[in-house]
Design a protein around this ligand. Structure first.
Ligand SMILES: N[C@@H](CCC(=O)N[C@@H](CS)C(=O)NCC(=O)O)C(=O)O
Length: 319
C-alpha cells in the first residue's frame, strides 16, 4: 500500500516537473531534481522491503512514512501485544508490569480452544505470549516481566527481586487446593472472552482434569480424556455445588494473610517486587470466587494493586 502510494507520488512529481525538465537549462538544477526522485525511490524501496521493521532506522521510517509492512513473525501494529486468557494468573503477571509502567499495549484474548495462534507465535499452545514489534515472540510470564522491567526502552526498572518468603508460600499452600476446586468450575461459568464459545469451554474441561468428587483422586490424563465431556462436566458441577464447604475452608485461612501483607503498595517490605507479581496475580484470579472474604489488609492490597496494575478485579462479576 505504502509502496503504491510512494510510486504514485513519484509519478506525480515526475509528471509535474517532467515538462519543465526540458526548460531547466542549468545542469545543477537537473541534477537536484534527479537526486530528489532518486531519494524518493530509495525510500519507497526501503519502506517496503521484508525485514525493514527490524532495520535500525525503521522507527524513523515508521513515524515518517506510516506503518511498515509486517516483518516475518511480527504481529499487530507498533504497540506491544500480549496474548492472554483473562482468567490465567500467569497472564496477569505479565499484564501487571505493563500497567505499573503505564505502557500502552494491545491485549489479545485468545479463545481457549485456539491452538493455531499461539503455535504460530511460539510453537505451542501457551499463554501469556509477548509480541514486541520487530522481535521474536516470547513466552514464560516472569521472563516477560523481566524483559519489560529491565529494558531501558520501557523506562527505569521498578521491581525489586523476589524475596522467596517462606511464610507467604506456607499460607498460600494451605489455600491452593480449595482455590483450584472453587475456581475451575467458575472460570467456565463467567463471562470471559476465552470462553465466549462452547468449544473454548470444552477445551478447558478437556485440558484441566479435576479431582473425583467422591474419591478425591485426580485421574491420569489418559483416564480423564477417556471419561468424555458429560462426565467432566458432572465432576465440575459437583465441586461447584460443594462451594459452601470449600469457601468455608478457604475463608478460614485468609485471615492468616493479614499479618503477611506489608502495605497496600507491596506485599513485602521495600516496595513493589516480584513477590507482588506472583501474589497479586493469584489474588486477582481468586477474586472471581463469590463469597471470598479477604481481611481488611488483603482487601486494601488487592484494590490498590488493581489500581496500580490497571487490571480490574473480578469482584463485580464474581460467580
Ligand atoms: N510457566 C508458564 C506457565 C504458563 C501456563 O501454564 N499457562 C497456561 C494458562 S494459565 C497455559 O497456557 N496452559 C496451556 C493451555 O491452556 O492449553 C508461565 O509462567 O508463563
Amino acid at each position: 500500500m505504502l509502496l503504491l502510494l510512494l510510486l504514485f507520488c513519484l509519478l506525480l512529481v515526475a509528471a509535474c516537473f517532467g515538462c519543465s525538465m526540458s526548460r531547466l537549462r542549468r545542469p545543477s538544477s537537473r541534477r537536484l531534481l534527479l537526486a530528489a526522485l532518486g531519494l524518493l525511490s530509495v525510500l519507497a524501496f526501503w519502506s517496503s522491503s521484508e525485514g525493514a521493521a527490524s532495520f535500525a532506522g525503521a522507527s524513523w521510517a515508521t513515524r515518517t512514512l506510516g506503518r511498515l509492512p509486517r516483518a516475518a513473525g511480527q504481529a499487530g501494529n507498533a504497540l506491544p501485544e500480549l496474548y492472554i486468557y483473562d482468567h490465567c494468573p500467569f497472564c496477569v503477571r505479565a499484564r501487571i508490569i505493563f500497567g505499573m509502567k503505564n505502557i500502552k499495549h494491545n491485549l489479545v484474548w485468545m479463545a481457549n480452544d485456539d491452538v493455531d495462534t499461539p503455535t504460530a507465535l511460539v510453537g505451542k499452545k501457551i499463554s501469556p505470549i509477548l509480541q514486541l514489534p520487530g522481535e521474536s515472540a516470547m513466552f514464560e510470564s516472569l521472563d516477560i516481566v523481566r524483559k519489560i522491567d529491565m529494558d531501558p526502552a520501557w523506562g527505569p526498572p521498578l521491581l525489586k527481586p523476589a524475596s522467596a518468603r517462606e511464610d507467604l508460600d506456607a499460607v498460600d499452600k494451605r489455600t491452593i487446593e480449595a482455590v483450584r476446586l472453587l475456581l475451575r468450575p467458575r472460570v467456565i461459568r463467567a463471562y470471559l472472552p476465552e470462553f465466549a464459545h462452547k468449544d473454548g469451554r470444552t477445551a478447558y474441561l478437556r485440558n484441566h482434569p479435576i479431582a473425583d468428587p467422591v474419591g478425591g483422586e485426580v485421574p491420569e490424563k489418559a483416564a480423564w480424556l477417556a471419561m468424555g465431556e458429560e462426565k467432566w462436566k458432572s465432576w465440575y458441577d459437583a465441586h461447584f455445588e460443594n462451594s459452601p464447604a470449600l469457601l468455608a475452608e478457604l475463608n478460614s485461612v485468609l485471615p492468616d494473610f493479614e499479618g503477611l501483607i506489608h502495605s497496600e503498595d507491596s506485599v513485602s517490605p521495600g516496595g513493589a517486587s516480584y513477590d507482588d507479581i506472583v501474589f497479586f496475580a493469584k489474588m486477582r484470579t481468586a477474586s472471581l470466587i463469590k463469597g471470598l472474604k479477604p481481611g481488611p489488609r488483603l482487601q486494601a492490597y488487592m484494590e490498590r494493586m488493581s489500581d496500580l496494575s490497571q487490571i480490574p478485579l473480578y469482584s463485580g462479576m464474581a460467580v
